[in-house]
Design a protein around this ligand. Structure first.
Ligand SMILES: [Zn+2]
Length: 339
């Protein structure tokens, strides 16, 4: 009997909002009005939505339309969408300063219910919260497909002893941890050293399937480059994976060719875009050729364009179906995801 065809998923997309429509989200004005955020709002076609009090709704609708359009053209079936917890201080209290954005799990799950068949939620729970374990249990119960962390920006040290029981829970329930590694330029980094993939060893040793977002790659010119560290871990640990998010941006496009040459690593890659970061084929036009680049650039949806660039670059099929293999057991059925 033929095995059932696995759906193609984008394992790395962000939900966002500024609290319009009582979503509970926020983005601080300093960020919301920053050039990079203005560029993303413009590219998404929601530049002025906040002036009409509907930024959060417009953002959600655009992401839904993006997935629907990619699905219509057979590029992918669904997206894993992230919440974003607050920064917690080492004391276990919400940090007094540095909070830049927030997307509550409750709002994420509401969005996923509305977009059934298109979205799978990845909960965001800070491990230093006093109720961290209860929160994880609660969202796993409600169908979380993964747990998402951004250690260098959210002050999460995987070596901290408060992480161990969370790792044990994830391992027992087979919930993957999607954890940011490498440089970061969309939110401010407060502890750069926490971008090192090496620090996720305690999770790997406890049997968690870890998806290292960005494979430890540098984004800016001054970022540390931890891709070789990631490759070493991916070869050593069967439960170590890496996502290809933001690989079609000016900072990371240079790593596409490099990672495709890494034997024993390529099949451990998981396709992801880092939506709403707009992917651009121009950064790899010398490899794709002028005609192909222009053809891909004409694709409206960010999610579909990102898939098409990576397919054209030669990322193998397994990279696009790995998310379906790794997400929490039963989560595809729970969110009605079909191939
Ligand atoms: Zn991201």
């Amino acid at each position: 009997m033929e095995p059932a065809r696995l759906p193609v998923l984008d394992v790395h997309t962000h939900l966002a909002g500024i609290g319009q429509g009582d979503t509970g989200c926020f983005i601080v004005p300093k960020k919301f009005d920053a050039l990079l955020y203005k560029l993303m709002r413009w590219k998404m076609g929601i530049y002025d939505a906040h002036k009409h009090g509907r930024l959060d709704e417009a953002y959600r609708e655009r992401l839904e339309r993006d997935v629907a359009s990619a699905a219509e053209h057979g590029a992918l079936s669904a997206a894993v969408v992230f919440a974003h917890d607050r920064i917690y201080a080492d004391s276990g209290e919400i940090a007094a300063t540095g909070q830049e954005l927030y997307v509550p799990n409750e709002y994420l799950f509401q969005c996923c219910e509305r977009a059934k068949g298109r979205f799978v939620p990845a909960m965001s729970v800070h491990p230093y919260r006093k109720d961290a374990l209860d929160e994880c249990h609660k969202w796993i119960e409600r169908g979380a497909g993964a747990l998402k962390w951004l250690p260098n920006s959210q002050n999460m040290d995987p070596r901290d002893k408060r992480c161990a029981p969370i790792f044990d829970l994830l391992a027992a329930k087979k919930i993957p941890l999607i954890s940011h590694t490498g440089g970061e330029h969309t939110v401010t980094i407060i502890r750069p050293e926490l971008g090192n993939p090496e620090l996720l060893r305690p999770a790997l040793d406890r049997g968690v399937n870890v998806i290292m977002a960005h494979c430890g790659t540098a984004s800016g010119i001054f970022d540390a480059h931890w891709m070789p560290v990631f490759c070493g871990l991916a070869r050593k640990y069967p439960n170590c994976f890496g996502d290809t998010s933001a690989f079609n941006t000016p900072g990371r496009a240079r790593w596409n060719a490099r990672i495709l040459r890494e034997e024993g690593v390529v099949e451990k890659l998981v396709h992801g875009s880092d939506y709403p970061v707009p992917p651009t084929a121009w950064w790899v036009c010398f490899r794709l050729g002028w005609r192909k680049t222009r053809e891909i650039q004409r694709i409206w949806g960010f999610l579909e364009r990102d898939v098409r660039i990576k397919q054209a670059l030669g990322f193998p099929e397994v990279v696009f179906t790995n998310a379906a293999r790794l997400l929490a057991p039963g989560s595809l059925e729970r969110w009605s995801i079909k191939s």
